[in-house]
Ligand binder design. Sequence first.
Ligand code: ZN
Length: 347
Amino acid sequence: MPDPAKHDPALPAADLPPSPVVPTIALTGDGKRHGHLRLPYSRDDSAWGSVMIPVSVIANGPGPTALLIGGNHGDEYEGPVALWDLARSLTPDQITGRVILLPALNQPAFATAGRTSPIDRGNLNRSFPGHPAGTVTQKIADFVTRALLPEADIVLDIHSGGRTLDFLPFAAAHELPDPAHQARCVAAMRAFGAPFSMVMREIDAVGMLDTTAEAMGKTFVTTELGGGGTVTAASAGIASRGIRGLLAHAGILPAPRPDPGPAPSRPLSMADDRATHVAPASGLCQPLRDLGERVAEGEPLALIHPADRLGAEPVTVRAQMPGLLAGRHFPGLVKLGDFLAVIATEL
Ligand code: ZN
């Protein structure tokens, strides 16, 4: 009899009903198939309608399975662009094992260019492990948790800053309780080969896909590859090369990597408690440092001017620690409590 007090909140409860999600293609078996995860969603404009989440499966014989996810947040585009392209171009004869691609996992959010779902305001990456009888977003999370993660040997969840954040392009692995598990994730992160590689401590880990996948012991890599609600040729290229590097690392694509990155990845850590800077006031944000610049402790990072009058003194935001400016608030206006900046330690 399991002790409920010992139940890992990142894992699903044992006695859940079946998922309402039905794939329109077989997820097992050799070949290449494109389809959808169909999630019934009854609503005013479509009484017996469904949410249709694009999925592709490319498989060739026995071997590892990679689960490649984009669009967990709907306003981050490196994952969708790279995976849309890969779904079209990758063929079974190029691989060993299986690749499952979900480029727009929170499809309702992706379709409306939002971080969260317009249906239930669900933040998919705060909805894990999900629930089969919950909201639309919780049902998506539950299907990933119970139907897809158990199939996967390696999991990549491609994020970027979205409309409100911008990051140095980095792949990330988390600090984990099991050193061997962390080492597996770090090796996969390095294989992704982003310009920067970050060992992270999440500020808000509850409900994340990351946490659930890691609780299952999966080799898990995430990224932050830019932001601002757009994608550049450079950031899309980092994502595409990174996915291929990761697939080669997993033994799914032949090694060595077909298209190595231009430079070795620079190791960073965001594990210092002082790394995250929160806006101490609302107003018009004047950056004094840009992404990738080195800053000293106490150095001014930004000024926040009162946005409703002229001639007033701004609030100065100072670096809480020395390091490399690795992420920042993107829009010109900032609110009290917004994430303003993150400083990474160069390793
Ligand atoms: Zn995200």
